[in-house]
Design a protein around this ligand. Structure first.
Ligand code: FES
Length: 253
């Protein structure tokens, strides 16, 4: 099967966004997945041809990152975090329960083509452990029961919403967003939640502040150490997230 003219056009459109067209390879591969349901040899060839690189180079990227799939993915990709914190908080139990419930193993898809189950590594959402992701949207503070309910709702076509984001779309639709074609759902749902902002609250309570950087127009002082730089970046991000929560503009996307 070859890609349609429309898909070729969109792949070209992505490449043209970048001063170096090959910088567009990652979103181009997401577009291939949105159309083909996985990374196909035709998709690899198309990207290589449009970027003037070899199929081996494209393949090397597609096989390196775990978000690119060589086997067809179901309508909903369900990733259960089984990394250390989530595992001890119940992630392992959730994964086992879903495996039994769905009758599939890791990285397998149910017979009806609806759900692909995969255990995933830390999603940087440890403050809401154990977390599960459906098509890359967060489902926080899961239990085996709430996770199974979500799966059943997805299979029966009920609307499911992320606990920190918009309603869940299909995997192919989500892949199209990752390719840089927005679905206008980015402002749906909450963004940063209280658990992510606890540190900021404590800092404010105790009057801790980070030295201002030149970019922020403050004292002009820049970080002297790596630790200081990390602290400045964290505070700036947390403050921006607080502002988004306060004015309701926040989103995970
Ligand atoms: S360990 Fe699961 S999100 Fe970090």
């Amino acid at each position: 099967m070859t890609l349609s003219t429309e898909t070729y056009g969109e792949l070209q459109e992505i490449a043209a966004r970048y001063p170096e067209p090959r910088s567009g390879l990652l979103p181009m591969l997401h577009l291939v997945q949105s159309v083909e349901g996985r990374i196909t040899p035709e998709g690899i060839e198309a990207c290589a041809e449009l970027l003037g690189i070899t199929a081996a180079e494209v393949s090397g990227v597609a096989t390196f990152y775990t978000m690119y799939k060589r086997r067809p993915v179901g309508d909903y990709h369900v990733g259960v975090c089984t990394n250390t914190l989530c595992a001890v908080m119940g992630g392992d139990a959730i994964f086992e329960r879903l495996k039994d419930h769905l009758g599939v193993g890791n990285d397998e898809t149910t017979e009806d083509g609806k759900i692909t189950l995969e255990h995933v590594e830390c999603n940087a959402a440890c403050d809401y452990a154990p977390v599960m992701m459906v098509n890359w949207e967060f489902m926080d503070n899961m239990t085996p029961e709430t996770a199974m309910q979500i799966i059943d709702d997805l299979r029966t076509g009920k609307e499911v919403r992320s606990t920190r984001g918009p309603r869940v779309v299909t995997w192919r639709e989500a892949e199209r967003v990752l390719a840089g074609f927005p679905d206008d759902l980015a402002d749906e749902g909450p963004s940063a939640g209280p658990a992510s902002l606890v540190g900021l609250g404590i800092a404010r309570e105790r009057g801790w502040t980070a030295p201002a950087s030149e970019q922020s127009g403050g004292s002009g002082r820049t970080a002297d150490t790596k630790e200081e730089a990390v602290e400045q970046a964290d505070t700036s991000r947390a403050e921006s997230e607080t502002k988004q929560v306060d004015d309701g503009t926040g989103s995970d996307k």
